[in-house]
Design a protein around this ligand. Structure first.
Ligand SMILES: [Zn+2]
Length: 68
């Protein structure tokens, strides 16, 4: 059974637990999932920003290379 760390007391909680058995934090798993989802969204934004920036920088440079 997969275990996750409780966000409050850092205790190992079952993936299917509805609440942390040691501190009573309700639904520690959902907190974890939401954190993961936010992290993914954050990295998606970072990477699309990097890609967009590099395109904005590379595209004019490439145009210069081909036209000159
Ligand atoms: Zn806890």
């Amino acid at each position: 059974m997969p275990l996750v760390n409780c966000p409050l007391c850092e205790n190992q909680v079952s993936h299917r637990a509805q609440a942390c058995p040691s501190c009573g934090e309700p639904d520690p798993n959902r907190y974890h999932t939401r954190n993961c989802w936010l992290g993914r969204l954050f990295w998606l934004c970072v990477w699309s920003g990097i890609i967009a920036a590099s395109w904005l920088w590379v595209a004019p440079w490439l145009m210069n290379q081909f036209t000159s």
